[in-house]
Design a protein around this ligand. Structure first.
Ligand SMILES: Nc1ncnc2c1ncn2[C@@H]1O[C@H](COP(=O)(O)OP(=O)(O)OP(=O)(O)O)[C@@H](O)[C@H]1O
Ligand SMILES: [Mg+2]
Length: 254
């Protein structure tokens, strides 16, 4: 049993037959803008200190783009992702997703919009240790009202995409760091969300796993025209994106 598991773990991630290493050739210039931020300011206040984490951020991202957000530690990358996805509020400015002003949505509407249209690959969105791999992946589907049978089918298909179908009945604690990261990806992508937010998706991975994860993301980006916004410190990941947005001290820099 143990030997067969070992063998399965070495199975490479399924890749599409077309060349995954090439950058997307879709003409993004023609695509509609799906994410806009205008003069966004985010200030964190604690007892006697104020930190301006975002200091007038203007960005615009088109449908189907794969964008990397890069910059030194503490420059505001995670804060920007949290604000753009509506997980955190802003102090001033505006954010539009698919032409909808985030501020105008009630908490319920925002949660619904998020469940239907967004996928998250955040380190803080950990897998639930008491649920099996497949149960973790199907959670977003069950939350957004998919039937149990359909959710299981889609989740197994997504686990197959990331090369982990044989591990569907295992608990996250029985998987390696790279495998867990792929389960997180499967969970983020199982809804086929229009926008995928990822905060250092390859942060804890070796270079082989990093390449595999990026092959997978690039494939999905091309096949489904999903928009990816990826925060990363990795030059490799930045190089695989269509475009890099550089940040410094809470601002976008050229
Ligand atoms: N919840 C919070 N409360 C107070 N200050 C915060 C909070 N979250 C972030 N900050 C501050 O805001 C600034 C930006 O932090 P952020 O986490 O966005 O940086 P980052 O670019 O993601 O860094 P890293 O690359 O290290 O993850 C930092 O100065 C940080 O200390
Ligand atoms: Mg961060």
């Amino acid at each position: 049993m143990a030997a067969s598991k070992k063998k399965i773990s070495k199975k490479p991630i399924k890749k599409s037959t077309n060349t995954p290493k090439k950058k997307s050739t879709t003409n993004k210039k023609q695509s509609p803008v799906v994410i806009t931020s205008s003069k966004v300011v985010k200030i964190y206040k604690s007892t006697n200190v104020e930190v301006t984490a975002l200091d007038g951020v203007d960005i615009s991202i088109k449908e189907g783009e794969m964008v990397a957000i890069m910059g030194p530690s503490g420059c505001g990358k995670t804060t920007l992702l949290n604000c753009l996805s509506g997980l955190d509020s802003i102090n001033s400015g505006s954010i539009k997703l698919q032409n909808m002003e985030l501020e105008s949505l009630s908490d319920d509407k925002l949660s619904e919009f998020r469940a239907k249209n967004m996928g998250f690959v955040f380190q803080s969105y950990n897998l639930l240790p008491v649920l099996t791999t497949v149960e973790n992946v199907e959670l977003p589907l069950l939350v957004s009202g998919t039937s149990a049978k359909e959710a299981r089918k889609k989740s197994e298909a997504k686990l197959d995409d990331v090369g982990l179908l044989e591990w569907s009945q295992h608990l996250p604690g029985e998987l390696s760091g790279g495998q867990r990261q792929r389960v997180t990806l499967a969970r983020a992508l199982v809804n086929e969300p229009a926008i995928v937010w990822a905060d250092e998706p390859t942060g804890n991975l070796d270079s082989t796993n990093e390449v595999e994860i990026m092959d997978l993301l690039t494939d999905l980006n091309k096949k489904n025209n999903q928009t990816f916004v990826i925060v990363t410190h990795s030059n490799y990941v930045g190089g695989r994106a269509n475009r890099i947005i550089k940040m410094k001290d809470g601002k976008v820099v050229k």
